[in-house]
Design a protein. Structure first.
Length: 165
């Protein structure tokens, strides 16, 4: 008899997010422009790490393109693999970093519970202050940032596991 091993992402997520703060940002600019402004104005040099991009497979009901109306082949759910941008800033003289996720890609969301949020910052609680001000204060000073707010990780559904890499 063969045993099945089941990985429970909810337990992993609970441990992973225990000491982290999540910040949501509304910014109507591309990730490159956003990161460039953060480097220029705040000195945070975020680096893109494509191999760690969260990749989610979405199934969408669209015309399959087979062109056989009135048959089973008329509407076949199609698979769309979407890569959401992942960026990292390593905090100097520390073993910590600040993670930046792109929440929107075309019509898809990394965290479906947050449709109004463009970017997500994930950082350890010990580093959410910069020059004696909360990190969110500095973000709000950027011209590309429309709005930013703290988010309660516990209120997010299963999609918060998309932030695990």
């Amino acid at each position: 008899m063969q045993k099945k091993l089941i990985l429970d992402n909810s337990l992993i997520a609970e441990d992973f997010f225990e000491d982290y703060q999540l910040i949501g940002v509304q910014a109507l600019v591309t990730p490159t422009v956003f990161c460039t402004e953060m480097k220029a104005k705040l000195g945070f040099s975020f680096k893109r790490i494509p191999q760690n991009d969260p990749t989610i497979t979405f199934f969408v009901d669209k015309k399959s393109g087979l062109g056989i109306p009135g048959t089973l082949f008329e509407n076949i759910p199609m698979e769309a693999k979407v890569h959401f941008g992942f960026y990292r800033f390593e905090i100097p003289f520390s073993n910590s970093d600040i993670l930046l996720y792109e929440n929107k890609k075309s019509d898809y969301l990394l965290i479906k519970e947050l449709p109004e949020i463009d970017y997500l910052f994930l950082m350890s609680l010990e580093h959410y202050e910069y020059n004696n001000q909360p990190f969110i204060h500095w973000l709000s000073l950027l011209s590309s940032v429309k709005d930013c707010c703290y988010l309660d990780i516990d209120t997010l559904g299963e999609s918060k596991t998309n932030l695990l890499f």
